[in-house]
Design a protein around this ligand. Structure first.
Ligand SMILES: [Fe+2]
Length: 423
């Protein structure tokens, strides 16, 4: 556990320590936090749930709750707080970490361990948010996070056929640390379907843009068209139009070539929906996504077996042969990469590279009850869409196949693409 705390903190530091004082505050936008606030909040979350809640310690900083409790400090006010300076925030975080490591050296029981696992995963989520915040704000590419992502594996076209049948959607007590919104696994019926072996690529998305997809109302839902009209979007948010084509994009603060066979990323749910309507495809439901990732055909091949794999490729822990997770690489690989990670049905990169939007609304599973961190899921039900699978910036702790990520459908700043099903 102490190793995990140090490991995730190294990433937080690599994503923040090189930023200037001005960059640590940044502009007020609804989709980002001030970085200086965000990392203090990460330290506060560790302290609140492990040292204070689980161990009963007193607060280490009197004002910590007033500054960093995300449930009570309204987003728009986070730029106006009297935060400690950079050295003060890093010192607070280091103090909390030092006290956690001291507690862990004495051993902790299972109930306490839960809160360490929670706060480590919370920092994992903010690490990914810091990575896409740097993209949103056009800051420099972070140093020392992942091997350069070579993009030469190429496309991986075609559909896989997935048997229908009964599927256990959700997680169980045997899955290790899980979040409240995954509880509990329950049976759903799935009709046989065909799903793409890989996510939609930049080249495939560019064909929609070139065909006038962003100007053609018929491909958009009412809400999607309202978003498109309101923003004036003509293409994915970071793409640059040069000579009538879409060969480049803004990556962090540089202009770089757009890799044709890498998955399209930084597209929102509306853009995914419009691409589908244009291509005569559809997004998978959560249950379909899980069955394609973790299911196996029954012995007679006619329906889904009762089995559910731990990972798409089986039981082995994730490696960079299976998946691009946790900054294995510093960006997405081509969709044909990571062949060793194929699912039983032949779907590639279900885990890692980019999050995948699903058709499903973020709703509670039957029997939902909130875990101690009550604001993790419950405030967000019914207003978000579910994403699955994790991105190159997601830790393997988070990107378990059962993990349900959720964002509002207009968010095009997260590391998300999509995979489609045949109609
Ligand atoms: Fe948070």
């Amino acid at each position: 556990m102490a190793t995990q705390l140090h490991d995730v903190r190294t990433r937080t530091r690599r994503l923040t320590e090189d930023l200037s004082t001005r960059q640590l505050m940044g502009p007020m936008l609804p989709i980002v936090n001030p970085v200086l606030w965000e990392i203090g909040h990460v330290g506060w979350f560790h302290e609140y749930w492990t040292l204070r809640h689980a161990h009963g310690e007193a607060p280490g900083l009197d004002r910590a709750d007033v500054l960093w409790n995300s449930s009570t400090v309204a987003h728009a006010t986070r730029w106006d707080l009297n935060l400690p300076d950079r050295n003060g925030v890093f010192a607070y975080m280091a103090d909390v970490l030092g006290r956690q490591v001291g507690r862990l050296s004495g051993g902790v029981d299972a109930g306490t361990r839960y809160f360490y696992e929670l706060s480590i995963r919370h920092e994992d989520m903010h690490v990914e948010a810091l990575a896409y915040t740097r993209q949103t704000l056009g800051y420099a590419r972070p140093d020392g996070l992942g091997h350069p992502a070579d993009q030469n594996a190429g496309p991986w076209p075609g559909d896989a056929s997935v048997s229908g049948g009964r599927w256990r959607l959700g997680s169980t007590g045997a899955d290790g640390f899980i979040f409240d919104n995954e509880k509990w696994a329950h049976e759903v019926g799935i009709a046989p379907f065909r799903i793409a072996k890989a996510p939609v690529t930049n080249a495939e998305f560019a064909a929609f843009v070139r065909a006038g997809g962003y100007r053609n109302r018929q491909f958009w839902s009412a809400a999607g068209w309202a978003w498109r009209e309101g923003t004036g979007a003509e293409r994915p948010v970071y793409w640059l139009e040069t000579d009538g084509g879409y060969g480049t994009w803004r990556r962090y603060q540089e202009v770089e070539p757009l890799a044709p066979h890498a998955p399209v990323m930084f597209v929102n749910w509306y853009e995914a929906e419009a691409w589908c309507r244009w291509a005569k495809r559809r997004l998978p439901t959560e249950a379909e996504w899980e069955a394609a990732a973790l299911g196996e055909a029954a012995a007679n091949g006619s329906c889904l077996a009762d089995s559910k794999r731990r990972w798409p490729w089986g039981e082995a822990a994730p490696s960079s042969e299976h998946t691009n997770l946790g900054f294995a690489f510093d960006g997405p690989l081509d969709v044909a990469g990571c062949a060793a990670g194929d699912s039983a049905f032949g779907c590639r990169q279900m885990i890692g590279n980019v999050w995948e939007w699903t058709a499903s609304d973020f709703v509670p599973l039957p029997g939902f009850a909130a875990d101690p961190y009550e604001d993790y899921s419950r405030p967000w039900f019914n207003t978000r869409k579910v994403l699955r699978g994790g991105s190159w910036a997601t830790s393997a702790r988070i990107a378990r196949p059962g993990y349900r990520n959720f964002f509002t459908p207009e968010r095009n700043d997260v590391i998300a693409g999509f995979r489609t099903c045949a109609l």
